[in-house]
Design a protein around this ligand. Structure first.
Ligand code: AHR
Length: 316
């Protein structure tokens, strides 16, 4: 099973060697339109990007969209009006960005997509600093297929409807389980990437599936929903991690605690430290340097064997 870790691209790929000094960046004013704070991972990402800006002396204008695309569009327009040097945009959903991205481009302001992608022409943004969500979904499915010898009725807790994270994690998972006729996704619904959403949807799955007797595994698009599912499964009188296997994505500290306690079985790391490569990309563009269109940040799959140790390190 450990060899699955080798399938994931090293997070070291995140450190793009663009050859820029922090001194050149200290003059920059950058706008950051964040989605909200729906999950533990999102909170870490916000903290990491703010800390990275501070370390580099960047004047970061932060805007929390409270999960609403219209708030993000307003924020981007306000950053354009302020004449920022660049914009970091974590797009809540994939579609509906063309107009505002065009406005930023017309103003000569580079936009970096952080964490999630958009369905827009790539000439409208500078780069995307993000994991390959399709690979994450495929990795989760590969783990499940190996663990269950290719026979399992799975319920899926999807992320936010219309987000690239949910769309691509679903696609990646299905692309692998499609090769196993004994693996069926028997129920699939959005829990909106929140712990409460995961719990609520899992409760309805358990009710619909004879108290959970028909469910072999949960595939949760993020750890928070998996942790909500753990609670729902316990309240239904079953043992999560044993009666029902659980695989999820993010690798937040709480999931390592759950894995160490035997409540969940695997997680795939989503690196939250996306500020450094994003700021480097904007600085590089300002200097007329070539920036790749996708700076990938995929992480490995973790199993219970290292969970206690990982929890200790990550919860400091
Ligand atoms: O876009 C990444 C996803 O968004 C994370 O997996 C999830 O926790 C967050 O809300």
């Amino acid at each position: 099973m450990k060899s699955l870790k080798q399938l994931a691209v090293s997070t070291a790929a995140l450190g793009v060697a663009l050859g820029l000094s922090f001194a050149a960046q200290a003059e920059m004013m950058i706008g950051f339109s964040q989605i909200g704070s729906e999950s533990g991972w999102r909170t870490s990402e916000t903290a990491s990007i703010k800390a990275e800006a501070e370390k580099r002396g960047i004047d970061l204008k932060f805007s929390d969209a409270q999960q609403k695309q219209e708030n993000q569009i307003k924020a981007v327009r306000s950053f354009i009006a302020q004449g920022v040097d660049g914009i970091l945009l974590a797009p809540v959903v994939e579609t509906g960005w063309d107009q505002v991205l065009q406005e930023a481009k017309d103003a000569g302001i580079p936009v970096v997509l952080v964490d999630r992608g958009v369905a827009a022409d790539e000439s409208l943004y500078l780069t995307k600093v993000a994991s390959d969500f399709v690979v994450e979904g495929a990795l989760a499915a590969a783990w499940l297929a190996a663990e269950t010898n290719g026979v399992c009725d799975v319920v899926e807790l999807q992320g936010t409807v219309g987000s690239s994270a949910a769309n691509d994690r679903k696609e990646g998972f299905e692309s692998v389980v499609g090769n196993f006729p004994g693996i069926n996704i028997i129920r699939s619904q959005s829990g909106d990437f929140t712990r409460s959403g995961g719990k609520e949807v899992m409760e309805s799955f358990l009710k619909a599936e004879d108290g959970g007797k028909n469910i072999c595994a949960v595939y949760a698009h993020n750890d928070d929903m998996a942790l909500g599912a753990v609670q729902a499964i316990k309240e239904a009188g079953l043992n999560p991690g044993d009666d029902i296997l659980i695989v999820s994505i993010d690798a937040v500290p709480d999931i390592f605690k759950a894995m160490a306690d035997g409540d969940t079985n695997a997680t795939i790391e989503l690196n939250p430290h996306l500020g450094g490569p994003s700021f480097d990309a904007i600085a590089a563009a300002k200097e007329g340097k070539e920036v790749p269109k996708w700076i990938k940040a995929n992480g490995p799959l973790y199993l219970p064997d290292t969970a206690a140790e990982e929890y200790k390190m990550r919860s400091k």
